[in-house]
Design a binder for this molecule. Structure first.
Ligand SMILES: *Cc1c(COP(=O)(O)O)cnc(C)c1O
Length: 460
């Protein structure tokens, strides 16, 4: 019995490579399995789309790429030409950005924890620091030793739909005015530049409401040059809303035993069966979104918010990670073995492990694409893709995947659109498996050329 489909959106460059499997086989031979393949064209397209929203609304704005979502150095090199900045969250992220020639005015430090080494580097290079707490004010003041430092303040605790959003980050919006004015008064070398928030989750109305609160607060503070609304701007991975809804329904039916399971060991991905009832909610990224990227930003800003920002001359900043990486990369891995488990389910063992495609999401809900070497044995089959760690849970996709036919040893499997978080955020070297290589592909007069990202040279 076959499962429901979740057909991924594929950019032209991915379609193009998919139709040249011999090129991909050569790349795997050269760089090993799995391999992360990137392309810069969609990255710059995504930057441009955000910049167009700002110019269409006639407001000042800039996107700062949240560096943590993908660690390739090539993503840092276009800041001048394509007009974006980099949001850094550690000493090494900042150091690498500076070493790549990113200008101070295109950098921001939002790190959750800011040791002296990071603060010293930021202060020395005139990089804006987003302050989260009182100890950071003291540390900056001590290290700056009278030098002027550009700062913003991270806020949280915004009220939305009658309740106050909890966050362990930032200064409570209710305390913000006092906190900011008092600390600026007692530390005259701190130069106030603006307000910042980054909200958990993906709610666009909540972001709009928090932005509105920040605009109101900025009226009580002198010199607000920007408001930074952080990341979490939605992106869309899937072609069909019907498929997304059908999957959700089938998953719940599977858990309640009303139909065959559609996930490994009937994993509810957040749903649970309690007294015969399916409860809870899906703990995955919302992979289908009608309103996404530039349209999501437009939704947050349009109307009176854009008018207010324009009138006050305040720059609107965003820090997208995932959404700037939409269509920027995919992961490809080699089939090493096939087997059947006790339940008769097919397992396809790949030369790859779970940390090479992992995020905080309970599953990565996109259909993979198998590049078959052989065109025979056309018999549909349901499979699980399994990884190389000696853990029962190293099942690369929790979802059962329906294929045209059983893959063979040495066939290749593409996991589309993995550049945002999936490749790098949790990658580890257990069993001493080397980290996956990262390459960029460029279309040179119709020929797809591969080159290695320099990041392997700067590991510390
Ligand atoms: C993670 C993070 C982002 C990026 O979030 P996305 O969901 O990838 O857009 C931006 N700003 C801060 C402060 C973050 O921690």
């Amino acid at each position: 019995m076959s499962t429901t489909k979740l057909t991924p959106i594929l950019h032209n460059w991915v379609q193009n490579l998919k139709s040249q499997p011999s090129l991909l086989r050569e790349a795997i031979e050269e760089y090993g399995s799995p391999l992360n393949i990137h392309n810069l064209e969609p990255f710059y397209e995504n930057v441009n789309k955000y910049n167009e929203v700002f110019s269409n609304l006639n407001i000042q704005g800039k996107a700062f790429f949240a560096r943590k979502a993908n660690r390739c150095l090539s993503l840092l090199t276009g800041t001048h030409q394509h007009n974006y900045g980099i949001d850094t969250a550690s000493y090494h992220e900042l150091k690498q950005s500076l070493d790549q020639g990113v200008s101070s005015h295109n950098l921001v430090v939002t790190a959750a924890v800011k040791p002296d080494q990071l603060l010293e580097l930021a202060i020395k290079n005139d990089v804006l620091i987003i302050i989260d707490n009182q100890d950071e004010v003291q540390a900056i003041s001590r290290l700056a030793d009278g030098k002027k430092v550009n700062v913003g303040f991270r806020l949280s605790g915004f009220k939305f739909n009658g309740s106050k959003a909890y966050s362990r980050f930032g200064i409570d919006i209710l305390d913000a005015k006092d906190f900011i004015t008092e600390h600026l008064a007692s530390h005259p070398n701190l130069i106030y530049k603006g307000l910042h928030f980054h909200l958990d989750g993906y709610d666009l109305d909540q972001r709009r409401s928090a932005l509105s609160d920040c605009i109101a607060l900025s009226r009580d503070l002198e010199g607000t040059e920007f408001i930074d609304i952080g990341g979490g701007l939605l992106m869309n991975y899937l072609q069909s809303e019907e498929e997304w809804e059908a999957f959700d329904k089938r998953l719940r039916q599977g858990i309640s035993g009303k139909s065959e399971e559609v996930t490994y060991r009937n994993n509810g991905l957040g749903y649970e069966l309690v007294n015969g009832q399916v409860t809870g909610k899906l703990k995955t990224y919302p992979y289908y979104n009608n309103l996404n990227k530039d349209n999501a930003l437009q939704y947050i800003l349009e109307g009176e918010i854009a008018d207010q920002l324009r009138a006050a001359g305040i720059e609107l900043r965003i820090e997208p990670g995932r959404s700037l990486l939409d269509q920027v990369g995919f992961t490809i891995a080699k089939v090493i073995h096939r087997k059947k488990d006790q339940n008769g389910d097919h397992h396809i063992g790949l030369e790859m492990n779970m940390t090479q495609m992992l995020s905080g999401s309970a599953d990565f809900l996109l259909d993979p694409i198998v590049l078959y070497n052989n065109s025979e044995n056309l018999e549909p089959v349901d499979v699980y893709f399994t990884g190389a760690y000696c853990l029962e849970r190293d099942v690369l996709l929790k979802r059962k995947i329906s294929l045209d036919r059983l893959p063979e040893v040495n066939d290749l499997v593409i996991f589309p659109n993995t550049a945002g978080y999936m490749m790098h955020f949790f990658e580890s070297e257990a069993h001493q498996f080397p980290l996956a290589k990262n390459v960029f592909v460029e279309n040179k007069n119709g020929v797809m050329e591969f080159s290695k990202d320099q990041l392997s040279d700067v590991r510390h």
